[in-house]
Write a new protein. Structure first.
Length: 453
């Protein structure tokens, strides 16, 4: 009897171990729209069905994604796969430098021809421990800078879209002068024409500032990551950028509250029509109304108005010609995920990343964002989704004209400068503290050299 009980216990324990399901721990940024989350859920379900592996998926807001991953990493229990909308800006380069990330070259190198230009550069990072560069992150989607404005507010101000100048100074003077004055006179409302994000806690503000900097052809690092900030031409360009960016609030055409704006605030001001136009690093402003137009929880009249806003009243556009008269070349931010070097299930993690990168899984996920994110692959960008919609077509044209990468792809310490937002701090020195642009730039350059030199 005892032998039978013992045998049964051993058999039960064996079955329990044998029957334990393999798991994969995944951290992911929560989608902006329900369709994004639905596409990810479907991708996960397909992977589970194919492999028999249970995916433990945790979703976090963009603001939570870095702290959650850092906490797990510090505790010695990192997720197997982690994706964050701000990993590229804030942590991927640092993690790679410290040797915290798994080399994904075996996945990405065979796929190299499938990616669009200026995509894999963001994933090609330096590992100081291994003393080499490699693909230490996987790209999922991209973004760049756009301008969105209300056509009906422009019309009420007494102007047509064809009246908007194409050259740099004339463009901003038109919005700051004629358009604002015309709308205020016609409506009796004290609105502002230009929503320029200036908050230190806003990634929108540094992305917008760096776009202005690109307009002035300022190059802060060379291809090896060496600083160029001691060049008189660079300093001159930075002074012009700070002066230009601060100009709209000084002229009274950007709301004074913009110095405290966080990322959603220019969107909210635009939706409330307290500003006529804004620059934004995605077309989430227009896409919000597309999402509302399909939201069955809203009243029919609300959905109809949302549809009209998207299809008729909001315009998406690129920036005007640069001060030198040449077209803008936009910087592309590539949103990346990672596998940590000490993850428990790296084999399955790589399988999951390969699975996620397949067209049939990646395309629904990217398109689920309604145009907020642009594809990383040539096949994704070639789809009618990007050419048959007036807003998305502008995005497609901007990317198709060619883009440039961020400084942190060459010198990872620029992620620290972005986190500190030395760019918005310089603008605030001029706007709030009444410093000269020259003095603000001197402080900025000193900090850049201290951090990234």
């Amino acid at each position: 009897m005892l032998k039978k009980l013992f045998a049964a216990a051993v058999l039960g324990a064996f079955c329990s171990v044998a029957g334990a399901q393999e798991t994969l721990v995944v951290y992911w940024t929560k989608g902006f729209y329900p369709a994004e989350d639905k596409a990810l859920d479907e991708m996960v379900a397909k992977f589970e069905k194919k492999t028999g592996v249970k995916v433990e998926l945790s979703r976090y807001s963009p603001q939570e994604s870095v702290p959650k991953a850092v906490a797990a990493l510090d505790s010695g229990t990192p997720p197997d796969v982690a994706y964050g909308d701000v990993f590229d800006f804030q942590v991927a380069g640092k993690w790679a430098y410290e040797g915290q990330l798994e080399d994904l070259s075996d996945i990405l190198t065979p796929m190299k021809a499938a990616f669009l230009p200026i995509t894999l550069e963001t994933a090609y990072l330096y590992n100081a421990k291994a003393k080499k560069r490699a693909y230490y992150a996987f790209p999922m989607k991209r973004q760049t800078m756009h301008i969105q404005y209300w056509k009906d507010m422009l019309a009420e101000a007494g102007f047509k879209e064809s009246d908007i100048p194409k050259t740099w100074n004339a463009y901003w003077d038109f919005w700051c002068g004629k358009a604002q004055a015309g709308y205020r006179k016609a409506s009796g409302k004290r609105i502002y024409s230009i929503g320029s994000p200036m908050g230190v806690d806003s990634s929108d503000s540094f992305y917008s500032f760096l776009t202005y900097m690109d307009a002035y052809n300022v190059k802060l690092v060379d291809d090896s990551g060496k600083l160029l900030v001691d060049s008189p031409a660079v300093k001159k360009g930075l002074v012009a950028t700070v002066k230009d960016y601060a100009h709209t609030i000084e002229k009274g055409c950007t709301p004074p509250s913009a110095v405290n704006w966080k990322d959603p605030d220019n969107n909210v001001s635009f939706h409330n029509k307290t500003i006529m136009m804004t620059h934004n690093a995605t077309i989430s402003i227009a896409s919000k109304w597309l999402d509302d137009s399909n939201n069955d929880k809203l009243k029919p009249e609300e959905r109809a108005q949302a549809k009209k806003n998207y299809q008729e009243l909001i315009a998406t556009a690129g920036f005007p010609l640069k001060p030198d008269g040449k077209p803008m070349v936009y910087r592309s931010a590539v949103k990346v995920g990672v596998i940590f070097a000490n993850a428990k299930n790296k084999k399955r993690a790589k399988e999951f990343v390969q699975f996620a990168m397949q067209d049939e899984n990646l395309t629904p996920y990217v398109e689920g964002a309604l145009g907020r994110w642009y594809p990383v692959t040539k096949s994704g960008a070639a789809r009618p989704f990007w050419t048959e919609d007036p807003h998305r077509k502008i995005v497609h044209n901007q990317f198709s004209a060619g883009t440039v990468p961020f400084e942190f792809t060459k010198n990872y310490k620029f992620t620290i400068l972005n986190n500190e937002n030395v760019w918005a701090k310089a603008v605030n020195r001029v706007v709030t503290d009444k410093w000269t642009p020259e003095k603000a730039v001197d402080e900025m350059i000193a900090r850049i050299k201290q951090v990234a030199g």
